[in-house]
Design a protein. Structure first.
Length: 153
């Protein structure tokens, strides 16, 4: 009987959802982007496999960009794209970061590649999607200038 109970307990523990950095991502959408990196670090510590790290790196890059730490954001977004080259969100925000740092030709090239890869999704559709994710005035003040850069590409 004890063995059965122990096995059931173990089964219950293995049915837990995978570690997630979603609380950090959600914090960024609520205007608290500084909370994202610690949440990502916890999630990566709990799941050291590489499977979800593209998403984790994207969340981190996105939050760092909102905080104005563009170089750090670019490094994280590039890591995300190394693991998942077709990740549209990472591409969009890397374009903005490149533009912000004066790497205009690289940003334009990435924008062209994005348009070829996702012809059915114009930039304004992504802008509306990202603006609709939160009514937080802090988040909107952070994200709107990024889409001004993206629109200019």
């Amino acid at each position: 009987m004890r063995h059965t109970r122990s096995r059931k307990r173990w089964q219950w523990m293995t049915d837990w959802p995978p570690p997630t950095a979603s609380p950090g991502y959600n914090a960024a959408l609520l205007g608290r982007a500084w909370e994202t990196q610690p949440a990502i670090e916890r999630a990566m510590h709990l799941d050291p496999t590489d499977g979800r790290h593209s998403v984790f790196f994207f969340y981190g890059g996105f939050a760092e960009l909102l905080l104005g730490r563009t170089e750090v954001a670019m490094a994280l977004l590039r890591k995300s794209l190394e693991r998942s080259p077709s990740y549209g969100g990472a591409q969009i925000f890397l374009m903005a970061a490149l533009s912000l740092t004066g790497r205009h030709s690289e940003a334009v090239s990435m924008a062209g590649s994005f348009r070829r890869q996702y012809p059915e999704y114009p930039a304004h559709a992504f802008e509306q999607l990202w603006l609709s994710r939160s009514a937080s005035p802090v988040y909107r003040a952070q994200i709107y200038p990024l889409f001004e850069r993206i629109r200019a590409l």
